[in-house]
Design a binder for this molecule. Structure first.
Ligand code: GLU
Length: 384
């Protein structure tokens, strides 16, 4: 789940959005973009790769306007690329989204049958079409967003902007964080506190099931389900950027230890089908059963990832009841190992760039094993 930033107020916002996104960089991302209300239209700039690419694009094709939304994407559905970067636009609506829309395939085919054209491979794009469709049916942007979200299953924090109501940003949250920072005659939205430090220390935090309307002068929160107003008192935060990045923990290590349940949920969300009782992978297609018939698992990694593999061996043996072997990637030769078509070869690397791990992954593939990579960088060599 990556970064969302939005601004509405009297200032020119593209610099504010870019700065906010930069302060969320520590979360990792593979592409970035922003949409700004400019000269009565919506202008979108998106770039694959680091924020410096978006920055360079904005220097060539600057944006100027008082309302805008920005995003750093960490791809879950669709390659990291310019077309898949957010914001996604349909008609007069633009959307940025953190999270996963689990039923996007089903919604996408319904929308396509209704004549809607998709320009990305993401799950997110259905949201922009759903909101636009509801608005074309006569609804305002708040109700259209509520209706769209009622059709969606999954996790999200979103910011929506429509040309038809250009003084506001609509926000919503379910299982992914979103906050509003209240300024003087201007407001910001963001997925995490560091993005708004220095802007304001008065914060409203959304809860799951909340939808909000943010204008320059106010922030109103409603219940997604029935639209009833929810009274939210702002809280005052007193954090330095460094403290905020550490999420209130004393050290990054403590933060990461405490984030493990969240990281597990984020990794597996959208990859587990409760209906089918199956784990799904992107490579296997809707009916594939990539893991069926696997009789032995190899885990290969270096350093800390190798230690993680030792822990994983205990869980896999206990829960999946399959024999598991752990290899140091630098010392393993998949070509001469006694392996067969019923072996699954799993490589683990935080960066996705560990050379020995990459080599052993390639060799396992060449040896005909089913391979799976676990890494923390979606655009890395291992992930690609
Ligand atoms: N699922 C969305 C995508 O792949 C959002 C990913 C994110 O949280 O950055 O575009």
């Amino acid at each position: 789940m990556c970064g969302i930033v939005g601004y509405v107020g009297p200032s020119d916002c593209s610099g504010i959005l870019l700065d906010g996104l930069k302060r969320l960089e520590y979360r990792g991302y593979d592409s970035a973009g922003m949409a700004v209300l400019q000269d009565g239209g919506i202008e979108v700039r998106r770039a694959s790769g680091k924020l410096s690419m978006l920055d360079a694009l904005l220097r060539e094709q600057p944006l100027s306007g008082n309302v805008g939304i920005g995003h750093t994407r960490w791809a879950t559905h669709g390659r990291p690329s310019e077309e898949n970067a957010h914001p996604h636009r349909a008609g007069n609506v633009v959307v940025v989204h953190n999270g996963i829309i689990e039923n996007y395939m089903e919604l996408r085919s319904i929308l396509m049958k209704a004549g809607r054209e998709f320009t990305s491979e993401t799950d997110t794009e259905v949201l922009s079409h759903l909101v636009d469709e509801a608005m074309k049916g006569g609804e305002g942007v708040l109700d259209a967003t509520r209706d769209a979200l009622k059709r969606v299953r999954g996790s999200y924090s979103i910011a929506v902007f429509s040309l038809d109501e250009p003084d506001r940003i609509i926000i919503a949250k379910n299982s992914s964080p979103l906050i509003v920072a209240l300024g003087e005659g201007q407001n910001m939205v963001a997925s995490d506190i560091p993005a708004m430090l220095g802007f304001s220390s008065e914060i409203i935090t959304l809860d799951d099931g909340d939808v909000g309307v943010v204008t320059a002068s106010e922030c109103r929160i409603f219940a997604l389900e029935d639209g009833r107003p929810i009274d939210k008192q702002p809280i005052h935060i007193n954090l330095t950027p460094a403290m905020a990045e550490k999420g209130g923990y004393k050290h990054f290590m403590l933060k990461e230890i405490n984030e493990q349940p969240r990281a597990m949920i984020d990794t597996m969300r959208g990859r587990i089908s409760m209906e089918r009782g199956a784990v799904l992978f992107e490579t296997e297609g809707p009916d594939g059963d990539f893991l069926a018939g696997i009789q032995r698992v190899h885990l290969a990694a270096c350093g800390t990832s190798w230690h993680a593999a030792l822990v994983a061996r205990n869980y896999l043996t206990r829960l999946a009841r399959v024999p598991v072997e752990v290899h140091l990637a630098g010392e393993f030769d998949a070509r001469s190992a006694l392996t067969g078509p019923h072996d699954l070869f799993v490589t683990i690397s935080q960066s996705g760039e560990t050379l020995d791990t990459l080599r052993t992954h390639r060799e396992a593939r060449e040896a005909g094993m089913a391979t799976l990579a676990v890494c923390n960088s979606v655009a890395s060599s291992l992930a690609m």
